[in-house]
Design a protein around this ligand. Sequence first.
Ligand SMILES: C[S@@+](CC[C@H](N)C(=O)[O-])C[C@H]1O[C@@H](n2cnc3c(N)ncnc32)[C@H](O)[C@@H]1O
Length: 311
Amino acid sequence: MLLAEVLQALQPKSGGHYTDGTLGAAGHAAAILESSSPAGWLYGCDRDSAAVEAARERLGRFAGRFELRQSNFSELADWIAPESCDGVLLDLGVSSPQLDLAERGFSFQQDGPLDMRMDRRQPLTAKDLVNSASQEKLAEIFWEYGGESQSRRVARAIVAERQNRVIQTTRQLASVIERVLPRHGKRAHPATRVFQALRIAVNDEISSLKIGLEAAFRILKPQGRLAVITFHSLEDRVVKNFGRARARDYTFTGGVDVPELRRPRAPELKWCPRKAITPGQAEMIENPRSRSAQLRVMEKMSAPSKVTGSR
Ligand SMILES: C[S@@+](CC[C@H](N)C(=O)[O-])C[C@H]1O[C@@H](n2cnc3c(N)ncnc32)[C@H](O)[C@@H]1O
C-alpha cells in the first residue's frame, strides 16, 4: 500500500540502512531492498511469527542484506543502534494474511476462534477480553478504540449473552452485535468498529505505537526519515501529536502551551510534506482497504551545534 509514495519518502540507496517495523507480507521490505541494491541493508520485524517466516522466504533473493526478528516495533531501539538508519517504515494495523486466515480470529467475515493476537505467544486473546472484562470496560474499549456510538448497548448485549454461554467465535460475537445494531443500507457491517476496537485492545496497539515512534526516532540518523502509514484517526492522531511536539521550535512547561511558558529550542524534526499523503485514485479502486490509509513522513533534524535559549 502506498508503495511508490513510501519509496519516494525514504529514497533508498545502495549502502543505506533501513528498518521495516511491520514486515507483514514484506511487499515494502522487498521494494526497499530492491531499490537500495546492491548494498542497502534492512532490519525487519513483525510481532507475528508467521509474517516473519513469510518475509524471510520472500526476501530470500536478498540474502546477506537483512536481519529479521519476531519482535514488537516498540523494541526497535533494543537491537538496532542509535542513529544508524537512513529510513524507518511503520505500516500499522493488520495484514491481509492475518485477516484472511479464519483461525487468526481477526475477521467477522468468516468463522474462527475469537483470537486476534498478532503475537501468539501473548496469553490474552479477544475471547478472554469479551468473556471476562466488565460491561463498563467493554463499553470504554468500543468507544475509545472503535468510536462506536452504541458502545454501551453492545457491551450490555455481550454481557447478557455470556451469561448463557461462553462467546467462543467471531461469528458468535458478530451475531450478538447484529442483533443490537441492525444493518442499514450499504453502511459498513455493524461489527466493524467493535472488531477494530477489540483488536486494538488485545494487542495494546496505541501504547506500542507511542513507544515505537520514540524508538524509531532514536535509531534514525540525522536527516533520516520516518514514514508511518495509519488506517484510522486514532492512530493518525498519535502520529500527528508525536510529530507536532518535535517540530516546534520551543518547549513549554506546566502541560499547557501558553506563550509565557515557552522556551525556545531547535526543532527535532520537520514534516515532509506538511500534510498526510493519501493513495491515488487507481490504488483506491484496486484496493478498497487503502481508502482509509494515510502516510505521514518526518525527517530528523541534525543536532544544533549551539542551542539558543532564553532565561
Ligand atoms: C499492514 S501490515 C504490513 C504490510 C507490509 N508493509 C507489506 O508490505 O506487506 C501490518 C503488519 O504489522 C504488524 N504489526 C502491527 N503492530 C505491530 C507492532 N507493534 N510491532 C511489530 N509488528 C506489528 C502486523 O502483525 C502486520 O503483519
